[in-house]
Design a protein around this ligand. Structure first.
Ligand SMILES: Nc1nc2c(ncn2[C@@H]2O[C@H](COP(=O)(O)OP(=O)(O)O)[C@@H](O)[C@H]2O)c(=O)[nH]1
Ligand SMILES: [Mg+2]
Length: 389
């Protein structure tokens, strides 16, 4: 059984959690309430045809043309911002903003029309070079003290065109594109430009973009962002794991009631639902649920079973109460004691002990669940990347 011994990042998260003042079931519950109520609104803007709608769909993990997806490859006619909800993070909204390419574009009017105050940050997409309107918009966003991020899209296009040339060097091409974009933005300082192919989020600068967004968000918003992004690369899967560890610690602390029901089994009834809910959410976040697997299979044009055989965890056929009960009554209950011994080496054990054994049992179960899902997610990703064109 996977243990905590090989997971330094989990121990780090636990240590930092227990170092907090007032660690208790109540503070943990408040924390989870905050996490569930926080909203994240991402604005995607740029000229018409740069790939805004395609990017919105990719962030939501839906295919272009699928029901409920943002329409792509169409001439934009609306001046309205369209809000798309995230398929499973109901508090994450991705907004497809109107194109900014009109000749008499005014950043102030535009931002008023799309309701500037709604968004946490703006992603400004451009191709070839950033234009005057992109700059005007960025300046106005900056003046109003919000963050914007420049994304240069369709990089796959450039790479495939350049690769036909003699002495092709991908790094060199990317560098040239980066310099040329930066040059077009020099009048507003020296902002980063993220080179992206929406069709291949695992390549180029997508991860760097996410890292930048994360650095500028509050804890709860960052958590919502990491959970909602597609499990498109190894770093992203690792990031999800770490974020889920953090939430698992809070969930376990919240589920811990009191020493009065410290006898394993007695508190199981109410905890099972909590554990199940958490693991189901983690499963979707890792892209391992039935719907996500179906989508990946369609995308790579392979039967679902080719992805399923790579999944070796107990969750390969989905998660239900039985699976969680199975975990609880078999190995984790037996090893929870050993787990407690390890935890006792960590500063803060005093507050932990006060929470009763249900904390360690719940936490160990969730930790094992996350670890197994991480391995499944990596295995599925490896297959997806092998067959993706
Ligand atoms: N090669 C390539 N094409 C893209 C990419 N992103 C978008 N497109 C294509 O660019 C066209 C315009 O995209 P769309 O999302 O409708 O642009 P919008 O007008 O900004 O919403 C569509 O044909 C997309 O398939 C990308 O990263 N790479
Ligand atoms: Mg569009």
């Amino acid at each position: 059984m996977a243990g905590i011994y090989d997971e330094p990042c989990f121990i780090d998260e636990l240590k930092s959690y227990l170092k907090r003042p007032n660690v208790s079931a109540e503070t943990a519950r408040n924390e989870l309430d905050l996490m569930n109520s926080v909203t994240l609104n991402i604005a995607v803007t740029g000229e018409s045809g740069v790939g805004k709608s395609t990017f919105v769909n990719a962030l939501r993990g839906v295919k272009d043309g699928e029901t409920g997806s943002a329409e792509t490859g169409v001439t934009e006619t609306t001046m309205m911002a369209t809000r798309y909800t995230h398929p499973f993070m109901t508090n994450v909204f991705i907004w497809d903003l109107p194109g900014i390419g009109t000749p008499n574009f005014k950043a102030k009017t535009y931002l008023r029309d799309v309701k500037f105050e709604t968004y946490d940050f703006f992603i400004i997409i451009g191709t070839v070079r950033f234009k005057e309107n992109d700059l005007m918009l960025a300046k106005e966003i900056k003046r109003r003290r919000k963050m914007f991020y420049f994304v240069r899209s369709k990089i796959d296009h450039d790479i495939s065109a350049e690769s036909r040339k003699k002495n092709f060097n991908e790094e060199k091409v990317l560098n040239e594109i980066r310099l040329s974009c930066k040059d077009s933005l020099r009048t507003i300082g020296n902002p980063d430009v993220f080179l992206i192919s929406t069709f291949h989020l695992e390549k180029y600068d997508f991860q760097k973009l996410i890292d930048s967004l994360i650095n500028n968000l509050s804890d709860h918003k960052r958590s919502a962002l990491v959970q909602s992004m597609p499990a498109c690369s190894l770093p992203m899967i690792e990031q999800k794991k770490r974020e889920l560890y953090k939430i698992a610690i809070a969930v376990s602390a919240a589920a811990a009631t009191s020493a009065a029901i410290a006898i394993p089994g007695l508190s199981v009834g109410c905890e099972i639902g909590v554990m199940l809910g958490f693991l189901q959410k983690a499963h979707v976040s890792f892209g391992l649920d039935a719907e996500s697997i179906r989508r990946i299979a369609t995308r790579i044009n392979k039967p679902e079973r080719e992805l399923r055989v790579a999944m070796t965890s107990r969750f390969a056929n989905g998660i239900n109460e039985r699976v969680v009960l199975g975990m609880l009554f078999h190995k984790s209950m037996i090893t929870a004691k050993a787990f407690e011994v390890v935890l006792s080496g960590i500063a803060g054990i005093g507050s932990l002990a006060a929470m009763g054994i249900s904390f360690t049992t719940t936490l160990q179960l969730l930790q094992v669940g996350i670890k197994e899902m991480t391995d499944d997610a990596k295995a599925v990703l490896a297959i997806a990347l092998t067959f993706e064109n």
